[in-house]
Design a protein around this ligand. Structure first.
Ligand SMILES: NC(=O)c1ccc[n+]([C@@H]2O[C@H](COP(=O)([O-])OP(=O)(O)OC[C@H]3O[C@@H](n4cnc5c(N)ncnc54)[C@H](O)[C@@H]3O)[C@@H](O)[C@H]2O)c1
Length: 352
């Protein structure tokens, strides 16, 4: 059994606590959060409640692993404390609210030899594995282009929490990082980014919508259209059933096109023209049974316990989280400057 403590028991921390409680090989060790409700949560789960990470690290026995689900701005400090204590840590995405901080975290973990994982849980979803297998098997031929839709409507009360109205907490940092991480996973590194953002509807300091152009190192292109103020069926959240809190639609949200066909996610529907590559040829869909969603948070925790036990490397390492964050940073800079931005250049400039 691997003892896992949750630090930050808000929206996602509570789901991590539930995942740990039902994961194979894991046991919930403690809930760490200064908020009053966290005490009640810990009591209901029958585990100790502590107000700070320092208090957790000061008491014994220490947990085998820590899931850090605090607000973005607290990820680096908390992650560094876990690493200094030699405790493997799974940091919620984005790895940090700035690239230099994320790089500092990754370099500290690598120097100390302490596993650092990023909470891009969608990579643990069997839907993702099915799409990756199709692409790697050549079912769509050579990838040419991809389009990602993320239109969703966050309710007004979501913005009652001050940090969610502040720069760094908008859909580009909070939500898009998952989509960019999956695009990197499916199509490889992104070498150039252009973007525009808007906050015209709510008028907060943080963006609510963005349109993004990507060029992958392979030569493939990508577009992402993201907004958190549009009621719509097209987003990973609404289409995959990954989180039962979102009413599920049967619409697609990702479109990945290649020289031999195109793939719709999450249905894993392959559109093709029997290899004719001719616009007069009929295009039909080959449906495989859509893979089960398979509770990615649970799978992520179970993988974390295997990493803690030294049985396997992280599926999504800190370095992967850093590379994804570099693309997100490139989106922010491209939107601010109106220019074309290289994620690799952003990373090189982010001196810890
Ligand atoms: N993987 C996902 O799908 C997903 C979903 C939502 C949020 N997130 C990420 O998880 C993180 C938390 O988001 P949220 O929506 O749950 O936020 P939240 O505001 O609902 O919860 C954050 C919690 O952390 C606590 N906290 C703040 N500072 C702390 C500290 N220093 N030590 C201990 N506890 C502290 C707060 O009291 C609060 O309960 C963010 O980084 C966010 O991007 C990931």
């Amino acid at each position: 059994m691997t003892d896992i403590a949750i630090v930050g028991a808000g929206l996602i921390g509570r789901r991590h606590a539930a995942a740990v409680a039902s994961a194979q090989g894991a046991r919930l060790a403690a809930i760490v959060d200064p908020a009053l409700e966290a005490g009640a949560l810990a009591a209901s789960l029958g585990v100790p409640h502590l107000e700070t990470l320092d208090a957790l690290l000061a008491r014994g026995p220490r947990p085998g692993g820590i899931i850090l689900a605090t607000p973005n701005a607290a990820h680096v400090e908390g992650g560094l404390a876990c690493i200094a204590a030699g405790i493997p840590v799974l940091v919620e995405k984005p790895l940090a609210s700035d690239l230099a901080g994320a790089r500092r975290l990754v370099e500290a973990a690598e120097a100390a030899g302490v596993p650092l994982l990023t909470g891009h849980h969608r990579r643990h979803n069997p839907l993702t594995a099915a799409a990756k297998a199709r692409i790697e098997a050549g079912d769509i031929g050579r990838p040419v282009s991809a389009h990602v839709m993320y239109w969703i409507c966050k309710p007004d009360h979501y913005f009652d929490t001050a940090w969610r109205r502040a720069p760094g907490a908008g859909p580009v940092y909070i939500n898009l990082s998952h989509d960019i991480d999956l695009l990197r996973h499916l199509l490889g590194e992104v070498e150039a980014v252009q973007a525009m953002e808007s906050a015209a509807i709510r008028g907060n300091a943080v963006e609510e919508s963005a349109v993004i152009l990507l060029r992958f190192a392979s030569g493939a292109l990508g577009t992402i259209n993201i907004s958190d103020t549009i009621p719509a069926p097209w987003s990973w959240e609404m289409t995959t059933g990954e989180n039962p809190a979102y009413p599920r639609t049967d619409a697609p949200c990702y479109f990945i096109g290649g020289t031999q066909g195109s793939l719709e996610m999450p249905l894993n529907r392959l559109w093709h023209d029997e290899g004719r590559r001719d616009w007069w040829a009929p295009v039909s869909a080959r449906m495989s049974p859509a893979p089960e969603t398979g509770e990615p948070l649970l799978r992520q925790v179970e993988q974390f316990t295997r990493v803690v036990r030294g049985e396997e490397p992280p599926l999504v390492s800190g370095r992967e989280g850093l590379a994804t964050l570099a693309v997100v940073e490139a989106v922010k800079r491209a939107a601010a400057s109106g220019g074309i931005v290289s994620p690799a250049a952003c990373l090189a400039e982010a001196v810890p």
